[in-house]
Write a protein that binds this ligand. Structure first.
Ligand code: NOJ
Length: 557
């Protein structure tokens, strides 16, 4: 292509990411937990999707308080998942098939079982003491800091051994590392180099916006309220984040052909730009939460909010910086339940529509395992069914705050992370072909119909629609770099936009509703080529296009 797009080309912009939650993909050892050999066994399947990059949630040694996001050894593989030899074979298998590998790097915190923390907590004068944030109890209780997973939301935990409090923004078993300490930072760079030398192609930096904080821990101002933007503002994006990232870039990222994506991007568009704009020489890609954070209550977001958010981010990143495009991951419930409909009549159509959306926007698309099949929420109704620390401790907190627990359970039923972590549905057998043993989290009962085997043979399946969309994106740089323009933004049910690159143009029409909806487009005629359609027909009458419920089409203009 003679590139007249506004952006420089690069492989990680043109790639398509497939995210695998290793615990739930394929168990070969027979313990009900997925493993690396399971992923190796499924490499041809992954390749058949057309995706070009694979991101695995953490696979390091971990006591699994937060399913691997609490790491006790950064250079070892979790025993449940396999061995380093398995990892090497997996990486080679991906590379042989032309796919890249993204490593999850969790360094805002470690596990409390990491050797560094064991040392650090052992005495006040231990040489690892300042690897973490400690507050001596004789100074009184430190000022409040919020914790995501603590059952009292209190990020300070008193530790008797040295009569001090330590900081944990996540669970009590995830103490925050002290990035002010250059030794900590260099440990992290060494870890990243260890994996880069092995040949990994990218890093996803977990919760990175929190590494830099005001370590004098002053009281919060009057009127401070715990909602997500202010949590970030008052707990993260501290004064040194950019100097840390420049150092990381200089020490690691610039030395290898790798990219890094930041999970979380601060609280403003400018924060996000400051992390990833090319001239800053920090990170390469921003993974923001705005669209997924819009559905945090039983009220789903409106189409108007959805359009506004994606349009705003696209506009801001049209010329500089680069974002990820996703609607679900291991921290959310299934996308059909949040943005589509799991009613039998609409489930498959809405899954295809959402995949069409992700794969036709500017930004690097991320697909979460199972979304290529249209997997849906498991929908637990009792707290005893949950495995996720966020759900379990959140429920305890709600109980101690006297909240309406029925309402809390309803919220979990729609939104809990366990909804998106159930075993991959390979076939219709008892455990969905995931394992011969009882899986660590139950398989969804709809695996008898929603599964890979069934969908492979059906040209119109959600799976094959996903493959068609992937192929279209790979054949058309327009879908990667082309200018995005929203059409009739005020339309109540249809999300319409065009993508343009040089003399090529595509029109994407997505009916986000359970009813037929029409849109009138001036100068439209029915000679346009239909590239993608999740129905067998498209109704066009002069300038009016009528879309069936959740109909998604891509037209060549
Ligand atoms: C963000 C990860 O995506 C989430 O799963 C994890 O619980 C927290 N960071 C803590 O590491």
């Amino acid at each position: 292509m003679t590139n007249n797009s506004l952006q420089e080309r690069s492989w990680w912009k043109e790639g398509i990411v497939y995210q695998i939650y290793p615990r739930s993909f394929k168990d070969t050892s027979g313990n009900g937990v997925g493993d690396l050999r399971g992923i190796i066994q499924k490499l041809d399947y992954i390749k058949s999707l057309g995706v070009t990059m694979v991101w695995l949630n953490p696979i390091y040694e971990s006591p699994n308080d937060d399913n691997g996001y609490d790491i006790s050894d950064y250079c070892a593989i979790m025993k449940e998942f396999g061995t380093m030899e398995d990892f090497d074979e997996l990486l080679e298998g991906l590379h042989k098939r032309g796919m890249k590998f993204i490593m999850d790097v969790v360094v805002n915190h470690s596990s409390d079982e990491h050797e560094w923390f064991q040392q650090s907590r052992s005495s006040r004068d231990n040489s690892y003491r300042d690897y973490y944030h400690w507050w001596p109890a004789e100074k009184g209780k430190p000022n409040h800091r919020w914790s995501f997973f603590d059952e009292n939301s209190d990020a300070w935990k008193y530790d008797e051994q040295t009569d001090s409090y330590y900081l944990h923004y996540f669970s009590q078993k995830q103490p925050d590392l002290n990035w002010e300490n250059p030794k900590v930072r260099h440990e992290v760079y060494d870890i990243m180099k260890f994996w880069a030398e092995k040949g990994v192609d990218g890093f996803r930096l977990d919760a990175f916006q929190y590494v830099s904080k005001d370590i004098t821990f002053p009281p919060f101002p009057e009127g401070y309220d715990v909602d997500v933007p202010s949590v970030i503002e008052y707990h993260g994006m501290g004064p040194h984040i950019h100097s840390y990232l420049k150092e990381m870039n200089e020490q690691v990222l610039s030395k290898y052909d790798v990219f890094a994506v930041s999970e979380g991007v601060g609280s403003t568009l400018q924060d996000a730009h400051d992390l990833v704009d090319e001239d800053r020489e920090e990170l390469q890609m921003a993974y923001h939460f705005e669209a997924t954070d819009m559905v945090t209550t039983l009220e789903k977001c409106t189409l108007a909010q959805f359009k506004e958010s994606f349009t705003k981010w696209d506009k801001s990143f049209a010329e500089k910086g680069w974002i990820a495009i996703y609607l679900s991951n291991h921290d959310q419930s299934r996308f059909i339940n949040r943005y589509g409909s799991d009613k039998p009549a609409f489930k498959d159509y809405s899954a295809k529509l959402l995949n069409t959306f992700i794969l036709s926007m500017r930004g690097t698309p991320y697909t979460y395992y199972g979304d290529e099949l249209g997997m849906t929420n498991i929908g637990f109704t009792k707290i005893e069914q949950y495995k996720d620390i966020a759900a379990i401790n959140g429920y305890k907190k709600a109980a101690s705050d006297g909240e309406d627990l029925d309402h809390y359970l309803k919220k979990l039923n729609l939104l809990s992370r366990d909804n998106g972590r159930t075993p991959m549905q390979w076939d219709a057998t008892k455990n969905a072909g995931f394992s011969n043993e009882t899986p660590w989290l139950p398989v969804h009962k709809n695996h008898t119909t929603v599964n890979v085997l069934n969908q492979e043979n059906d040209q119109n399946s959600v799976l094959n629609h996903f493959r068609k969309m992937v192929a279209l994106r790979k054949d058309n740089l327009l879908l990667v770099y082309g200018e995005y323009e929203i059409i009739q933004e005020e339309h109540p049910t249809i999300y319409a936009y065009s993508r343009t690159l040089e003399d090529q143009k595509m029109l994407i029409l997505l009916n986000f509703s359970e009813l037929e909806s029409s849109i009138e487009l001036s100068n439209y005629d029915d000679s346009k080529e239909v590239l993608i359609n999740n129905y067998s027909e498209l109704s066009v009458d002069k300038n009016t296009i009528t879309l069936k419920p959740y109909q998604a089409v891509v037209l060549k203009l």
